[in-house]
Design a protein around this ligand. Sequence first.
Ligand code: RAM
Length: 343
Amino acid sequence: MTSKFRRAGSAVAIVAALGLALSACGGGSDSGSDGEGGGDTSSITFIPKNLGNPYFDASDTGGQKAAEEIGTTWKQVGPTESTPDSQVSFINTATQQRAGALVVSANDPTAIGDALEEARNAGTKVVTMDSDTEPQFRDVFVSQADAAGIAKSQVDLIAEQIGDAGEIAILSAAANATNQNEWIKLMEEELAANHPDIKLVDTVYGNDDDQTSFDKTAGLLQSHPNLKGIISPTTVGVAAAARYLSDSEYKGKVALTGLGTPNQMREYIKDGTVKSFALWDPEQLGYLSAYAADALASGDIEGKEGDTFEAGDLGEYTVGADGVIVLGEPTVFDESNIDDFDF
Ligand code: RAM
């Protein structure tokens, strides 16, 4: 921890403590409603793509932990559906409440741009995490891992499972999601460059909704009788697809991989529906995002390339080109290690 950071951190803690004493109520977290916490200029508001996704609940836990360490407040609010502008009203409320910083996983690269601009004009710092907006709308983007590395690992996993040949499909999240669309573009490039015998026959969107993703899986299997594998680069999609496959004639015949949480995928690894999948730690992503948000809100960093800040247990991070901060490398989960993880 730099001394500069320590000073900023304790100032934030004092402001937060005063805020709590004045309002004589517990700080915000996890309610899913906007609350009335107004005017705590060190507070951090987390707006995931949608509520009810264990992935974002894990990020919320990490953010909350970091906020406690820092001595500020953190709360999660957000829409029930991951549609392009469903986050706008939550951003506007946080702006009116003069939140110190927003941490947002964007459902669309531009639809929330005006609302974020207003927030920043009012002095609220903006961190995108997990799924970015266009760079002009935020101060920094906390990225889970290098996008090309994620895409390559998804393609490598399916190639390994289907003998590097045959038809595959992608079951994605929302059609406009910045993160999934970037990974899909890079997966297509990777397939074209290194896997000439794999044919991507369809890409469908489950909107990070369990039932929609389940139904889209059924649709893919019906429309493509020769399908050999599915890649689902969304924790909601891959779990729903695994549930469908595990109880169908396709179990063990159609391969499935993607980005999933070990807790949601464990039973499908154990029952043989899924051989391997990947992810980073979403709790760490929330934790790092909260530290980045606080470093911006306290004036410790501006979000410029080369700025450094301390992120608690994770150590020091440096802001890279275009304001991007990268958490680390994804992990591949299979039968041999799935029980070592709990998120
Ligand atoms: C879902 C969301 C999130 C994505 C993960 C892999 O939870 O779409 O944005 O990063 O999957």
